[in-house]
Design a protein around this ligand. Sequence first.
Ligand code: ADP
Length: 471
Amino acid sequence: MLGRFSIRFRLTAWYSLSLAVVLGLLAVASYFAMRASMYRAVDVDLRFSLAGVAQFLKSQQGSTLSELPDEIGRKSTLGVLFQIFDDQGKLVYQSDGLASHHIKPVAPTASGTAIVYRETGPEGWPVRLAAQRVTFRGQPIVVEVAQPMRFHYASLREFATSLLISLPLLVVIAAFVGYWLSGRALAPVNRIVEDARAIDSHRLSQRLSVPAAHDELRRLSETLNSMLDRIEVSVTRIKQFTADASHELRAPVTLIQAAAEYTLRRERTREELVEAMEKILRESRRTSQLIDSLLLLARADADEEVLQPAPVCVDSVLRDAVDRAREFAAGKNIRLAAAISEDALHVNGEAALLERLFFVLIENGIKYTPENGSVSVALRSSPDEVVVEVSDTGIGIAPEDLPHVFDRFWRADKARSREMGGTGLGLSIAKWIVEKSGGTIRVESAVGHGSKFEIRFPKLQNDRTLTTSQS
Ligand code: ADP
């Protein structure tokens, strides 16, 4: 119900409510404690009076029970309100003070020697009485002393009234103080809200102000700021990717358009037409390859390309990739050597994607190796890893370029890559496939000497493979 209100209001409401409950319980407890201690004090007084009267009766052993009232009247030094009943419950004596309180002379039910307490008296004149059986000249009688309770009750009522007035007052004061305090404590939240409102996709570099105090709100703004850092990096990367993708797509389309317009400008011989068509076909193939890579990366980013991890026989997939690349290598007069372990080695992954990964690496090796060079492919395994190595004797990669080779659209030499039909996306797709298969990829290279790409996959044990394929 309180959910509709501000945190400040809810905090104050809960705080005031709990304070009211605690103070209420405290007030009830202190009222009853006060009442109990009042009764205790009265009862102590009554017991003293009883002892006094008993002492007096002992000193009067010379008189009979019927002479007793006169004796008491004569001495009347006790100053105590009391009454005496005989064994039959008949009133023998009642002190004047007690009579003036209009106490009915009804005998208490005192038996044995235990003190019996009771409260009686007309409206407005309550008294508390304590009775005890004693013997007077061998005859059992009941002595009962009294204490007026009027003033005690009045002070108890006064105490209750002051509690009833001060308690709500205290809660109201505490609520105001609490409201003010929670306002102060929550002030940084308003600042965070204002800062957050000012941030949009055009002002992603702005950050929330961080409160000075080392508290939860500081942690909150720091956490939100680091989240904004990550969002900014991703948005910048997406913007860069979109810009690069449009640029890359525009280049072949412009080339296709230019080739078509140039050819149509005048009558062309059959050879000229074939040449133009081949150029257009080459660029269309490149465009469709680029679109294909872009789609794969877009799905990878959206996490749509969910791999159905199944045990894949890496050796046969690697052999297929090598066979596919043979013609390309032969065309460039490059020796393509493969040392692939005869054992059936299994990793978790998707065969088509793994073949694409191996092909990208082998094709790159061939592309970036001058004629008469060589590219070697090796597959080996350790007890828990399957390692694939693709090395070449090509142009190599400069040390400062190594950290960028897996970036999207990054190419050491744009013109050269384009000329070879490259899109700058091969290695970023390769890295994604490796990571999705639970592996790692790294590259070593020396300019002018060649490069070596090494991929490590967690190895699936054969018995596990059998179980999986049987299930
Ligand atoms: P591309 O389509 O341009 O080959 P990749 O993502 O596959 O795109 O590679 C990115 C860049 O890394 C290449 O343009 C090239 O500069 C460099 N590169 C990749 N493989 C090799 C290699 N085997 N030898 C030298 N340079 C390489």
